[in-house]
Design a protein around this ligand. Structure first.
Ligand code: CAA
Length: 261
């Protein structure tokens, strides 16, 4: 399902092809008056972008308009209020509640697909679902103004938008537990120390830094980039012998495809 620019705008999103450069696309969370607070409608919009991504797009940048990356879920929804552009939250007693969460997670899962490299460009607050969206991306470039916070447990929720695995993979279980159960704010410098950011730059240099990173990735051929991402992504779950076998298998397939061209 492809959403028109108008339909996307109603979910609080904008999609710009060939931004910041050809071969890339930029998805902008665009509800600055609400600090880009997220809704199920926005997650459906993200999923629709993922499903209809043009084949030539190899780098996807996720950014926020205004002073924050994203202030997390729209808190009005938790209070039972209606929010334009979104369905209300279902009752947890609903037998379809888990399936509904799965449908929301679809907005995040496509950011890890092997055909693309996703980059979160984070400035200002990335709270709750905002932090999880940044974690959902392959890479994170932070402005020195960035502040990350996993606020869900302080609201009686677990983080459930595919953020817990990357968080634990990156910072380790004890630190992930501490970050989630204190709900404290991580400033950009600490995020870099914890390897939650590939790069931290002054806020006014972020667009340039993201563009340079995208340009570097786009110099690698699409098949090679895809094969490399697939290979690296399976390393954490593999033994050394399994990973060595994966290297052989993927190299053979890549080189055969290249030589048959
Ligand atoms: N939901 C709805 N509205 C929000 C919002 C949110 N998450 N965050 C900010 N807004 C609104 C404010 O109500 C305010 O609206 P008005 O102008 O109508 O008063 C407007 O955005 C500007 O907000 P602030 O004046 O607070 O802006 P600030 O720049 O001073 O502070 C902020 C920014 C630190 C992000 C602060 O707004 C804030 O703490 N927001 C709440 C963050 C939060 O707790 N999010 C939930 C995380 S948990 C989660 O996301 C669960 C999940 O995954 C399912």
């Amino acid at each position: 399902m492809t959403l028109s620019p108008g339909e996307l705008a109603r979910t609080g999103l904008r999609f710009d092809l060939d931004q910041p450069l050809p071969g890339a696309a930029t998805v902008t969370l665009s509800r600055p008056e609400r600090r880009n607070a997220q809704t199920p409608g926005m997650w459906r919009g993200l999923a629709a972008i993922g499903r209809s991504l043009p084949e030539q797009v190899r780098v996807v940048v996720i950014r926020g308009e205004g002073s924050s990356f994203s202030a997390g879920i729209d808190l009005r929804l938790l209070g039972g209020e209606a929010v334009p552009g979104s369905e209300p939250l279902p009752s947890p007693a609903d037998p379809g509640f888990e399936d509904w969460i799965a449908s929301c997670q679809e907005g995040f899962g496509w950011l890890r697909q092997p055909e693309i490299v996703s980059i979160a460009a984070v400035h200002g607050h990335a709270i709750g679902a905002g932090f999880q969206l940044a974690l959902g991306c392959d890479l994170r470039v932070l402005a020195d103004t960035a502040q990350l916070c996993m606020r869900e447990p302080t609201l009686g929720l677990v983080p459930d938008l595919m953020g817990t695995k990357p968080l634990v993979d990156i910072v380790g279980l004890p630190r992930a537990l501490e970050i989630c159960l204190t709900g404290r704010i991580l400033a950009a410098a600490e995020a870099r120390e914890l390897r939650l950011a590939e790069l931290v730059v002054p806020a006014d240099e972020m667009n340039g830094a993201v563009s340079d990173l995208a340009a570097a990735i786009l110099t690698i051929g699409p098949a090679t980039a895809r094969a490399t991402k697939e290979l690296l992504a399976q390393a954490p779950g593999n033994t050394l012998a399994q990973q060595a076998a994966a290297e052989r298998r993927i190299q053979t397939a890549l080189q055969r495809a290249r030589s048959s061209r």
